[in-house]
Design a protein around this ligand. Structure first.
Ligand code: TRP
Length: 327
């Protein structure tokens, strides 16, 4: 039998190139070797959006649409919404009881988010438990690996610690300790050279129309030392060039390097080339996305939820018996 993996994304809006390169492409290729559970982490989104959750439902559906359009196959993989499987919350309860406070207080992403996320009150009891719920998400499927970016490694480390504690308390190896499967491609920065993020509005969405892509690429920041066409550029520090590294074929990439270093072709032409490449790259995703009706998305979520619940339910039967809850 194939090993299981689980991963998830918070529904904060339409997905963008950063999600594709940093996660989705990897998720797609893992479908051959693993039984995959891909989740829309709506409870995790709610933790930071609880004051104004009006977009939650729509965002969750858009994320499912982006999953499928990017190549996640709802037949082979289980695509589901976290809140449809209450077993996550049951295991979260159990894990919360056995997780010492200092373990969650020292998680670096927690401290970072408290510092960085403005305009929201995240000093809540629930938010402190963010990585504990994440541990439950993974363990409730007995997943043995989790495809994530490096930023999530501390959460996975905590997951492993909680699992070790559970297994040792009840002297039974109920849960495997999950390994991270790290994405190999280097991080793609946003259009303004900052981290690509919804909150900075510096992204290209998978659903963006060609005209929008063109406009966004035009606005990208290039090598600041290349002002005139005759100035020689430095592709290795140019964000536009890093996009060629990710999306262009090797021969195109080396041509563009020559344009820049040899000062033969300007940034405007270079950006035109990049938007052509991105438009072509995203074309199949955009087409597939547009073909999926709301009903298709609803069907996928319903079906995935059933399959996820069956798997999670099995684990929880075993766990509840082990901790002596009345059946
Ligand atoms: N914390 C993850 C993120 O922000 C989302 C997530 C929630 C997740 N539960 C998960 C990722 C379980 C992997 C496994 O990207």
């Amino acid at each position: 039998m194939k090993k299981r993996i689980l991963s998830g994304m918070r529904p904060t809006g339409k997905l963008h190139l950063g999600h594709l390169v940093g996660a989705l492409n990897n998720w797609v290729s893992l479908q051959d070797s693993y039984q995959c559970f891909y989740m829309v982490a709506d409870w995790h989104a709610y933790m930071s959006e609880y004051e104004d959750p009006k977009s939650l439902k729509e965002n969750s559906c858009e994320v499912v649409r982006d999953f499928v359009a990017s190549g996640i196959d709802p037949e082979r993989s289980v695509i589901f919404v976290q809140s449809h499987v209450p077993e996550h919350l049951e295991l979260n309860m159990i894990y919360s009881c056995m997780t010492p406070l200092p373990w969650v207080e020292r998680v670096p992403t927690y401290k970072e988010q408290l510092r960085e996320i403005k305009g929201r009150d995240l000093t809540t009891y629930g938010f402190l438990g963010y990585p504990v719920l994440q541990a439950a998400d993974i363990a409730v499927y007995k997943a043995s690996a989790v495809p994530v970016g490096v930023d999530q490694v501390p959460h996975l480390e905590l997951t492993r610690e909680i699992i070790r504690r559970f297994n040792s308390l009840y002297k039974k190896n109920v849960f495997p300790e999950p390994e991270p499967i790290l994405t190999k491609s280097p991080k793609l920065l946003g259009l303004d050279n900052r981290k690509m993020s919804k909150s900075y509005a510096n992204f290209i969405a998978l659903a963006d129309e060609p005209e929008v892509i063109k406009k966004k690429v035009t606005q990208m920041i290039t090598d600041a030392e290349r002002i005139k066409l005759k100035d020689k550029g430095h592709p290795d520090i140019c964000n536009v060039f890093s996009y060629f590294s990710t999306f262009a074929k090797p021969d195109v990439k080396s041509n563009v390097r020559q344009w820049c270093e040899g000062a033969t072709t300007g940034c405007t032409e270079c950006k035109r080339k990049l938007s052509d490449i991105l438009i072509e790259y995203l074309e199949p995703i955009r087409t597939k996305r547009a073909k999926l009706s709301d009903q298709d998305v609803a069907d996928i979520i319903l079906e995935g939820g059933k399959r996820a619940k069956a798997a999670a339910g099995e684990t929880m039967d075993e766990v509840k018996k082990l901790i002596n809850l009345v059946k």
